[in-house]
Design a binder for this molecule. Structure first.
Ligand code: 5GP
Length: 127
């Protein structure tokens, strides 16, 4: 399947600097910023800078440098927030919605990193 990327999606606008964001971290290939509607005390979105719709698209077409940078940034954000499990932090959850059944609202790959409270079971009933 060919992936079609909408260059007018909200995260593309954030990447172009057309919409402000609360940046946590930035690297050559990735950006992490706070979610505008946080579901927990810490709710950060990590996105690649490249035009990828969802995770399988990214895994198929991104360069190794992009994949390494993006993956490492997710871990670095957890450490930056101090939520990595162990002595310092109480843990976190990663989530990446894709497509209709995943109820993806913004069609630019993003991983949600959610932390700062007990998060409960992974899924709630469909709504
Ligand atoms: P999805 O449902 O696609 O996995 O999640 C999209 C996320 O993007 C939601 O959690 C929503 O709150 C967040 N979001 C939507 N628009 C903006 C925005 O303009 N700025 C920021 N920082 N987050 C946004």
């Amino acid at each position: 399947m060919a992936y079609s990327y909408d260059t007018e999606n909200i995260f593309a606008k954030i990447l172009r600097g057309e919409i402000p964001n609360n940046t946590v971290m930035e690297s050559e290939h990735a950006l992490a910023f706070r979610d505008i509607n946080p579901q927990a005390p810490d709710h950060v979105l990590v996105i690649p800078k490249g035009p990828y719709v969802c995770y399988d698209h990214f895994a198929l077409e991104a360069s190794e440098a992009e994949i390494v940078d993006f993956t490492r940034m997710i871990g670095a954000v957890a450490r930056e927030l101090g939520v990595q499990p162990g002595e310092r932090g109480a843990g976190y959850r990663l989530l990446s919605n894709a497509g209709e059944d995943g109820v993806q609202e913004v069609p630019h790959l993003h991983v949600h990193l959610v932390a700062g409270r007990r998060l409960g079971r992974m899924l709630s009933p469909a709504s």
